[in-house]
Write a protein that binds this ligand. Structure first.
Ligand code: AMP
Length: 120
């Protein structure tokens, strides 16, 4: 599969500093920031700094260092937001997954009981 990255997407603009964000955590390979329309008391987006459109793109092509940095960022977000009672990690992907922003991102959602995973 070809993955075509559009560098005008809103998260690319956040990474370039063209749009502000509420940063929760950052390392060499990932940035985590508050979702602008939170679905729960904790709603953080973790994105790689590299140009990857989706989870399957990142999993296929990102280097081991990039993948480790991204996963460590998720660990730090979980620590910093204190989701010891539990959380949900969601990576919406393309049309069936209803992905709005074509830069890979993991939603970390928690802070309340979230109910079952899918509504229907
Ligand atoms: P998705 O449907 O998985 O692509 O989700 C995209 C998410 O990005 C949504 O939850 C939006 O609320 C969030 N979002 C869009 N623009 C911004 C922004 N400028 N800062 C933070 N979150 C944003």
């Amino acid at each position: 599969m070809d993955f075509v990255y559009d560098d005008q997407n809103i998260f690319a603009k956040i990474l370039r500093g063209e749009i502000p964000n509420k940063t929760v955590y950052e390392n060499d390979h990932a940035l985590a920031f508050e979702d602008i329309a939170p679905q729960a008391p904790v709603h953080v987006l973790v994105i790689p700094k590299g140009a990857y459109v989706s989870l399957d793109h990142f999993a296929r092509d990102a280097s081991a260092d990039e993948q480790a940095g991204f996963m460590r960022a998720i660990a730090e977000v979980c620590r910093l937001t204190d989701v010891a009672a539990g959380f949900r990690a969601i990576a919406n992907t393309r049309a069936h997954g209803v992905q709005d922003v074509p830069h890979y991102h993991m939603h970390i959602i928690g802070g309340r009981q979230l109910g079952r995973m899918l509504q229907g």
